[in-house]
Design a protein around this ligand. Structure first.
Ligand code: BTN
Length: 231
């Protein structure tokens, strides 16, 4: 995988959104620090000694939304090799010991057709200080492992795993199903503009989440799923 390293950049996702035409499929952009890092719902994504990268997908061989689950599954496998017990919080977070350590932001550039996908990944690596309100819901690999993380090594393991998984059309769904953070949990979510509550039942064959709510089984393609009573 061709990898471009930046010390400081506004956002690796933004860089690829603006420059995708100059780069090949599977180019990876990495930054030590972002000045305008973004998460889902355009939230600010702050960093400190974290692993921040984006991968450009020009050969969109699979269902576009599946790429966020595919990378999550590859990262999950790599985290396990560190001795962690990671879980996936559909569709884009990785949770260790009930706290978020990794977020994924999948974006598409669309003109007449879909030009490319950009998979942005932020992994809390060596940050140890979290604000009071973040502390209960976020952590870092270093906090969980009590070890410094070599970010270059971690990136290279994730890149290798992801390429392998893409080439083999890896069974990411089994990975998601077997390592699901939300299974049987009570969640709130917005469905057709309405705030609802339900119990997560699993995932459909195309990676959508299935939630039992008021005697109905709803299949949801995206949006925010919030755990009731936790976050
Ligand atoms: C989320 O949890 O909301 C997703 C966070 C994604 C953050 C990463 S950091 C690298 C890439 N560049 C960005 O601006 N965002 C993603």
């Amino acid at each position: 995988m061709v990898t471009l390293f930046f010390d400081v950049i506004p956002s690796t996702n933004l860089f690829l959104k603006e420059n995708y035409s100059k780069y090949d499929n599977l180019t990876c952009v990495v930054a030590n620090h972002q000045t305008n890092g973004r998460g889902r719902f355009n939230r600010q994504w702050l960093d400190s000694d974290d692993l921040l990268f984006s991968i450009l997908i020009k050969n969109i061989d699979y269902l576009a939304p599946s790429y966020s689950l595919r990378i999550a599954s590859s990262i999950l496998k790599v985290f396990k090799t560190y001795g962690l017990k990671p879980l996936i919080k559909w569709p884009n977070d990785i949770i260790v010991n009930n706290k978020k350590v990794c977020g994924i932001l999948l974006e598409a550039v669309t003109k007449e057709k879909m030009e490319c996908l950009i998979i942005g990944v932020g992994i809390n690596c060596n940050s140890t200080l979290f604000s009071e309100d973040l502390k209960i819901k976020a952590s870092s690999l270093k906090n969980e492992l009590k070890n410094d993380i070599n970010k270059k090594e971690l990136l290279s393991l994730i890149q290798k795993q992801f390429i392998d998984d893409l080439n083999n059309n890896d069974d990411y769904l089994t990975s998601i199903r077997d390592n699901s953070y939300l299974d049987n949990k009570k969640v709130s979510f917005v469905y057709q503009g309405q705030e609802r509550v339900g119990i997560v039942k699993g995932y459909s064959s195309d990676g959508l989440i299935i939630i039992q709510s008021d005697n109905e089984e709803l299949t949801i393609s995206s949006g925010e799923i919030t755990l009731q009573n936790i976050y």
